[in-house]
Design a protein around this ligand. Structure first.
Ligand code: GLA
Length: 683
C-alpha cells in the first residue's frame, strides 16, 4: 500500500533539512569556529558528519579519537542542527589497507588494487567486515542518544564489486543457497550449450573477466544479483549494529539514481528512509528542459523506493561539480529551483556536497557553500542562504506526500537481464531511456507518477505502464493480470515477456496469464538500421518509428494502428484488449515522442486521471503538488531560460512565503519559482 500519510524522515523532525557534508577534521580550530557562525548565516540546520573520517577516528589500529567528533556533535546540538552521522566505511585508513591488503578489491583480471581512493574494499572480506564492525560499534555506543543525532548515514555511495578469492567463495555459497543442487543450476543456466555443464561448485567463477566465462546468461545475471546482494548484506551488517544500540534511530545510505550496481528497490527495504545524490548536469545542460525532467524522474523513483514516504536529497552541488564535462555555474534562480524541485517531488530537505571546499586533493575545485575565498557575500553562499530562508517557510510540508494514480515500472533486474541477454545488441535496447520517454510524456501533460518495480503492490494505481518488461519475475504477470482484471489499465511494449527470471526464453512466446491480458502473441521482431525509419497509421495519423518493430500474430485484441511499410505493412502496431473490467495496450514498435504523448493523453482521459493543474503555461513550466493532512502545496517551477506568463486558474492560492492571495496571472522570470498553499485537495 502506497503511503498517503504524513511521514517525516525521523520522529522529531519539525523542519525541512538544509545543510550537507561537513568535514571539520580537515580544518584547524579557527576555521571550524567560523563555520558554526557561517552555517547560522546560511540557514543551515543539518550537517552530515563523519563521511570518510575513519583515519581521524582511528588514527592507528585499535587507537580511537572521538574528542573532535564529541566537540562537533555538542556544537551542532547547541546550534540546534540535526546531524546525520556517517559510518566511515567508504574509505579505509592507509594503515589498514597496507597491513591487510586482502581487504582491497581485485579486478576481473585478478589484479588486486593498491591502498588508496575510496570504495576500494571487498564486501566479502572477513577482515574488512571485522574492522568495519568495530568502528561502527564504537560510533553507535558513543553517539546513540546524543541530542544532535537525527539519523545514521551508512557509508557513502555503496557500489562496485570484487573478483577476489573471498568474493568467489561467497558467490558459490550464494549460488548453492539459491539453487540447492548443481542439477538445478545447470538446468536454469542452460549449460548444455557449448558443453558448459558444471559438475562441481568450485568450477564456477564470476563472469566478466576478459579471459573468463562470458557466455552463460544465467551466470552473468546471477553475478549482478550477487554483487548487489553483497552491498545489501554489508549495509545490513552495519545497520544491525547501529540498531542494536538504538532501534528507533533511522538509518539511510546515499543512493545514486539508476546506478546499475545495486537494486534500488531491494536495498531501500533495509533503510528507514531513502536518500540520494543528485548531480544532474553531468548528462545535460542546466538550461535544457530534459535535464530537469530526468532529475524529476529520479526524485520520483527515490520517493517510490520508499513506498511513497518522503526521501532526502542527501547531496547536490551548491554550484558546479569538478567532474562535470563542463563546469558550468548555476544561472540566477537555478539553485532555488533545483532545491524546490526536490521538495515538490517528495524530499524533506536539500543537502549539499559540500559545506566547505577542501583546500587540496581530488575534489578541491568541486562546488561548495563556502569557497576558497571564505566569503559569506559570495554569490553561491547568498543563493544557499536564500534557499534556506525559503525552506524555513515551508516547514509545514515536512513528511508531506505526493498523490499519484499512475505507475511506471522500472526494474533493476529487467535492466540487468536486457544488458545480459541482448549483449550483442547493447546499443539498441536503451531500457532506461525508453522508461524516460514514457515519463517525459506524462511530465509534459502534468501527470504525477510513481516508479515501481516487479515486486511492488499495484493495487492503488489506475494505470500501470511497463515498457520493455523483458524478464518476468516475482509473479509480476499474475499481479498485472489481477490489476487489469480488477479495472486497471496496463500499457506495455515490444520486448516484453521474453525470458523468465533465470533468463530462459519462454517457449511459445509471452506466457499466461499475460498473453490473455494482452490478447496477442508476438511472433518475431525486426530491428531497423540506425538510419532507417518506418511509419504506423493510427486513427488517420501517421507516426514514425525507429529501432524495433514486432510482428504480432493470434490477435484477439482490437487493432488500433497498423504498420505502413515493409513486408509487414497492414499488420498490428498498436492493440488494446479488454480483460475482466480493465484493458491492456500493446505497442509493437519504438515510436516517436508524439505517439507516446497522444497515447498517454488518451489513456489518462479514459481513466479519469486529471492533470495536477489546469493552469495555462508555456512549455518548460511545471506545476507539482505535495500534500499534508490539511493543505496542498502548489509548486510553480519555470525550468526555461525565458520569462513565463502563467494563468493559474485556481482561487484560494496563498503565497507560501508571504501569505498573500495569488493573482490569477503570474510572471516567472527565467528559472523562477513560486510556492503556494491551499486547503487540501486532490486532482
Ligand atoms: C558523490 C560523493 C561525494 C562527492 C560528490 C562529488 O556524491 O558522495 O563524496 O564525491 O559525489 O560530486
Amino acid at each position: 500500500m502506497k503511503n498517503t500519510r504524513q511521514t517525516p524522515l525521523f520522529p522529531n523532525q519539525t523542519r525541512l533539512l538544509h545543510g550537507g557534508d561537513y568535514n571539520p577534521e580537515q580544518w584547524p580550530a579557527e576555521i571550524v569556529a567560523q563555520d558554526a557562525d557561517l552555517m547560522d548565516q546560511a540557514n543551515v540546520n543539518s550537517v552530515t558528519l563523519g563521511v570518510f573520517s575513519w583515519c581521524a577516528l582511528e588514527p592507528s589500529e585499535g587507537v580511537f579519537d572521538f574528542d573532535w567528533l564529541d566537540r562537533m556533535m555538542d556544537s551542532q546540538s547547541e546550534h540546534g542542527r540535526y546531524v546525520g552521522l556517517a559510518t566511515p566505511t567508504a574509505a579505509v585508513p592507509a594503515w589498514m589497507g597496507t597491513k591487510y591488503p586482502e581487504i582491497l578489491r581485485v579486478n576481473p583480471d585478478g589484479l588486486r588494487n593498491r591502498q588508496g581512493n575510496r570504495v576500494n574494499t571487498s564486501y566479502a572480506s572477513k577482515v574488512f567486515q571485522e574492522k568495519a564492525a568495530i568502528i561502527v560499534s564504537k560510533l553507535a555506543e558513543r553517539y546513540t542518544g546524543h541530542p544532535a543525532l537525527a539519523f545514521w548515514h551508512i557509508s557513502n555511495e555503496y557500489g562496485g564489486c570484487c573478483y577476489g578469492p573471498e568474493s568467489i567463495l561467497a558467490f558459490r555459497e550464494w549460488l548453492e543457497h539459491k539453487y540447492e543442487s548443481l542439477e538445478n543450476l545447470n538446468r536454469c543456466w542452460w549449460t548444455e550449450f557449448w558443453s558448459h555443464r558444471y559438475s562441481a561448485w568450485d568450477q564456477i567463477f564470476p563472469p566478466g573477466a576478459p579471459l573468463g566465462e562470458t557466455s552463460i546468461h544465467g551466470l552473468t545475471l546471477d553475478w549482478k544479483r550477487f554483487s548487489s546482494d553483497q552491498i545489501i548484506s554489508f549495509l545490513t551488517m552495519e545497520r544491525c549494529i547501529l540498531k542494536s544500540y538504538g532501534p528507533d534511530i533511522p538509518v539511510t545510505t546515499n543512493l545514486m539514481g539508476t546506478y546499475a550496481g545495486v537494486d534500488g528497490f531491494k536495498i531501500s527495504k533495509h533503510l528507514d528512509f531513502v536518500s540520494w545524490d543528485s548531480y544532474p548536469w553531468f548528462h545535460g545542460k542546466p538550461s535544457e528542459l530534459d535535464g530537469w525532467i530526468r532529475t524529476a524522474f529520479h526524485h520520483d523513483l527515490n520517493r517510490s523506493m520508499g513506498d511513497g514516504r518522503s526521501f532526502l536529497l542527501m547531496e547536490c552541488t551548491p554550484s558546479s561539480s569538478n567532474w562535470y564535462p563542463t563546469m558550468k555555474l548555476k544561472r540566477p534562480g537555478q539553485h532555488t529551483l533545483e532545491g524546490l524541485q526536490a521538495i515538490a517531488h517528495g524530499s524533506d530537505g536539500v543537502q549539499y556536497f559540500q559545506w566547505r571546499q577542501s583546500a587540496g586533493s581530488l575534489e578541491q575545485f568541486h562546488g561548495a557553500v563556502v569557497g576558497h575565498n571564505n566569503r559569506s557575500d559570495a554569490r553561491v553562499f547568498c543563493d544557499v542562504k536564500e534557499l534556506g530562508a525559503k525552506l524555513n517557510q515551508l516547514d509545514g510540508l515536512v513528511g508531506g506526500w505526493v498523490h499519484t494514480k499512475v505507475a511506471i515500472v522500472f526494474d533493476w533486474e529487467v535492466l540487468w537481464a536486457i544488458q545480459t541477454c541482448l549483449e550483442y545488441r547493447s546499443k539498441t535496447p536503451q531500457y532506461t531511456e525508453t522508461i524516460l520517454s514514457f515519463y517525459r510524456s506524462l511530465f509534459d501533460i502534468s501527470i504525477a507518477v510513481d516508479i515501481v518495480d516487479s515486486t511492488c503492490d499495484l493495487t492503488d494505481y489506475r494505470v500501470v505502464i511497463a515498457p520493455m518488461l523483458f524478464m518476468l519475475r516475482n509473479g509480476i504477470e499474475q499481479r498485472l493480470a489481477s490489476f487489469v482484471s480488477n479495472g486497471g489499465c496496463l500499457v506495455t511494449t515490444y520486448l516484453s515477456g521474453w525470458v523468465d527470471d533465470s533468463t530462459k526464453a519462454y517457449l511459445g512466446g509471452i506466457p499466461e496469464p499475460l498473453r490473455s491480458v494482452l490478447g496477442i502473441v508476438p511472433e518475431e521482431w525486426d530491428e531497423l538500421y540506425p538510419d532507417e525509419t518506418n511509419t504506423i497509421l493510427w486513427d488517420r495519423r501517421q507516426f514514425t518509428f525507429t529501432t524495433y518493430s514486432e510482428r504480432i500474430l493470434n490477435v484477439s485484441a482490437t487493432v488500433l494502428a497498423t504498420f505502413e511499410n515493409d513486408f509487414y505493412a497492414g499488420e498490428p502496431a498498436l492493440t488494446v484488449n479488454q480483460y475482466g473490467s480493465g484493458k491492456a495496450y500493446y505497442i509493437a514498435s519504438r515510436n516517436e515522442a508524439a505517439f507516446t504523448s497522444t497515447l498517454m493523453q488518451q489513456v489518462m482521459s479514459e481513466h479519469g486521471i486529471l492533470p495536477i493543474s489546469n493552469a495555462s503555461h508555456p512549455v518548460g513550466v511545471s506545476i507539482r503538488t505535495r500534500n499534508t493532512p490539511t493543505e496542498t502545496y502548489v509548486f510553480v517551477l519555470n525550468y526555461a531560460n525565458t520569462t513565463a506568463e502563467i494563468s493559474l486558474d485556481e482561487p484560494n492560492l496563498q503565497d507560501a512565503y508571504t501569505g498573500e492571495l495569488a493573482t490569477v496571472q503570474i510572471t516567472l522570470e527565467a528559472f523562477g519559482s513560486r510556492v503556494f498553499r491551499k486547503p487540501l485537495s486532490y486532482c
